[in-house]
Design a protein around this ligand. Sequence first.
Ligand code: HEM
Length: 450
Amino acid sequence: MSTINKTKLPPGPKTKLPLGHLFSFRRNSLGFLIEIAREYGDIVHFKIGPFRVVLLNHPDFIKEVLTTQHRNFVKGRPLEMAKELLGEGLLTSEGEFHKRQSQIIQPAFHRKMIESYAPAMTEYATRLINGWEDGMTVDIMEEMVKLSTSIAGKTMFNVDIEREAPEINQALNTVMSLFGRITLPFSEWLLKLPLPGTNRFYKAKARLDHTIYSIIDERRRSKWDNGDLLSLLLRSQHENGGAGGMSDQQVRDEALTLFLTALDTTSLALNWTWYLLSQNREAEAKLHEEVDRVLQGRIPTAEDFTQLKYTRMVLGESMRIYPPIYVISRQAVEDFSIDQYIVPAGTIVLMSPYLIHHDPRFHPDPEQFNPAAWDKHSTGLSSKYEYFPFSRGPRSCIGESYAWMEGVLVLATLAQSWRFKLVPDHPVELLPLLNLRPKYGMMMQLHRRK
Ligand code: HEM
């Protein structure tokens, strides 16, 4: 039994630099976290500028923050930058306000609705491959972003934004690269200075706003209501007659939040899955066997989801090795106790699915891509917090079932007729910005399956 020690913070690296570990963290956030976890263990304390940060590196401690003591934690400071883009959307808002918004939006993610999105998912996947030629080289990351953007546009707003996708993605890349460079302290000052990066950020934000506001205006004019996400948002505005209902800004914040979180994460999950399959021919062959057997050459539907078991294992294992969101952060409202420590209010808490998913204590042979083992892990885990690419607890991902449906249907549709080979010597390196990106894209050669 451990005893509480009020004065002692968890161990961790010390520095005399006034900005603490800001530069090491900024240079390579994931590498830094891996290194300190290796050296200091399951709870590590360090400073970034004036901020205390605690890294939790054990599922039991992560459960404390995400679930058991969740009321004591807010998104807080680490999400400030995201607010500059997303406003008070579901990802960034807090408390009662978040709860109310969440209730309005939930119906768009009910099982029946998710199933109704399946035809759009496979239709855009089919359109994508119709433009491919045998032997062609593509950046599969870009292709997956294009695809996820079109799918998100259709399923959430019932619009076809295939043609606008490249421009939207350019804006998104600009925003993401700025998020990556500006870490915790002083970011709000930087956004007030007329720096080139800041100007690019606001231009990109204006581009994304333009798209979202035109979609909202068009829908208002058409008065179309099919129960999709945008219908729910506008309905809530209408039903409340402006009194307590969502403002235009609020509709924009929620719509943009869901659109961006959906397309960014699912495209990454698919990108890493194609990469892992290209490196593991046995798993690829099993996947082909399954899609050929289950689908017999037809386009998959929502009903095929349960039959495509190995396809699901492939996606699940890929998100274990490369969780698109590699670190989840919170800020403590009051002092809190964890293990034998009392950590002061205001401390930023980091929890990394990447670190936990690669820890041999919880995942034997963690660097090995082994979809069959994922099934075993996922059912035999002693704690759900050993695998948490979608986070856990009350603030976990609202789009999890959506992501599974899109991931599985896209994998099955594409794998039926195509294989992907990594271009020889193409460098594959992680770029941990807000999420886990391939630093040099993912150049792949397309091969039509015979
Ligand atoms: C493979 C795909 C996805 C992954 C790995 C993923 C992962 C996550 C994670 C880790 C969080 C928690 C973030 C935090 O606590 O700071 C989260 C939250 C969220 N995700 Fe996802 N996500 C995915 C797909 C989606 C999709 C498809 C949508 C929407 C259609 C979506 C919408 C959201 C929203 C709105 C939140 C905030 C929920 C809240 O705080 O109440 N995500 N996601």
